[in-house]
Design a protein around this ligand. Structure first.
Ligand SMILES: [Mn+2]
Length: 371
């Protein structure tokens, strides 16, 4: 038997709303999730795979908008040389009976919706042993079904969704799937969904992760898995993401070349396809902090989304800095009161941080007025 090649992915979360982000980027993030279908198709085709296995959470919600569902099914249908296999995950479990009814009635001929745990012959001699989520939190190990018999000599491919007992899942649920499920059920390969980063559990057990990132939790670029199943599973990662979500850290001290340090910490190319959450620690003088904030304000529009967290950046106010605010009068008094709060160990850290931010703001405003 020659090697059977397929692509594994999971957690497309089509239709995810990304509430809390500005409208422009929210729209682009939703669109990128739909675009993952075409990128997966290309990855499969380029790797010589004719089957794409989606290990759950293809849809973010049990009742996706009609256009989210229809356009996804159409996009898969238009990749007509590939077979798409959809496994229900916890977001789109079999409890969403209306969703799976709509999929059954609208699906293109090259889509296989898995609505039971009965083994499915994918190609001659290669059997899929699926464990579709029956509900959002099934509370038991559905992958036991993967021990079902198949004809002698068949290659056995498990497909499931959920966390293994070694760690809790993407949304904190306690893991139930035994990490040695592949060995227990005689599987040649086990593809899992739920975890949005990519992870190998055993030589033949993998979380593919989502093909398009949806948060800051997993920092590595999102990818699918190209699997060649011969005598053993030969697994290769194929990058599929449009966006990168990245959380760089920057630790600063007075006198450093701050602008150069910022530039080195941030993505240098394709900035508009990056969401950046920069965390700054250390301490700076008031003048340096003001320069830092104006540097961020100038760079922010380059990125798909940009935020800098300065709450852990201490401020070092020299007498000279206070003179720059004012030598006397109400502003000087306000500055001295804030500076006292910054150094007041009796105050909560959040209050000291707020005083530091206010002092930095006061400094920046007085410099702007004078400029
Ligand atoms: Mn998921």
């Amino acid at each position: 038997m020659s090697a059977f090649r397929f692509l594994q992915s999971s957690d497309l979360h089509l239709g995810r709303a990304f509430g809390g982000y500005p409208e422009g980027i929210r729209h682009r993030l939703r669109e990128a999730r739909h675009g993952a279908i075409a990128r997966l198709a290309r990855a499969a085709r380029d790797g010589g795979a004719g089957v794409v296995l989606l290990a759950g959470d293809t849809f973010d919600a049990e009742t996706p908008a009609p256009e989210t569902l229809r356009q996804a099914l159409r996009a898969m249908g238009e990749e007509g040389d590939l077979i798409w296999v959809l496994l229900p995950g916890n977001h789109d479990s079999l409890a969403a009976s209306e969703l799976w009814r709509r999929i059954a009635s609208d699906a293109p001929a090259n889509l296989r919706a898995i609505t039971s745990d009965a083994p499915v012959e994918l190609t001659p001699g290669h059997w899929l042993l699926p464990a579709p989520c029956t509900q959002r939190r099934p509370g038991r190990d559905l992958t036991e079904a993967m021990s079902a018999p198949t004809p002698a000599g068949a290659r056995r491919i498990g497909l499931g969704h959920g966390a293994i007992t070694d760690f809790s899942g993407e949304e904190g649920a306690i893991g139930i799937i035994p990490p040695d499920r592949a060995a227990r059920s005689g599987l040649d390969y086990l593809g899992l969904g739920d975890w949005h980063g990519q992870m190998q559990v055993t030589p033949a057990t993998w979380y593919s992760g989502t093909p398009e990132p949806d948060g800051f939790k997993h920092d590595a670029p999102s990818a699918a898995l190209l699997v060649a199943l011969g005598g053993r599973a030969d697994v290769a990662r194929v990058e599929t993401a449009q966006f990168r979500w990245t959380s760089p850290a920057l630790d600063l001290l007075p006198g450093e070349a701050v602008a150069a340090r910022i530039a080195a910490a941030l993505p240098a190319t394709r900035a508009r396809d990056h969401l950046v959450r920069l965390r700054v620690t250390g301490r700076l003088t008031l003048a340096e902090r003001a320069a830092l904030e104006s540097d961020f304000a100038a760079r922010a529009p380059d990125f798909g989304w940009f935020a800098a967290d300065l709450s852990a950046l201490a401020v070092e106010a020299l007498p000279h800095d206070l003179d720059e605010i004012d030598r006397a009068g109400a502003l000087r008094q306000a500055a001295e009161a804030l500076l006292a709060e910054v150094g007041d160990g009796a105050l909560a850290k959040a209050d000291r941080d707020m005083a530091a931010a206010a002092l930095a703001r006061l400094y920046a405003l007085t410099q702007e007025v004078r400029a």
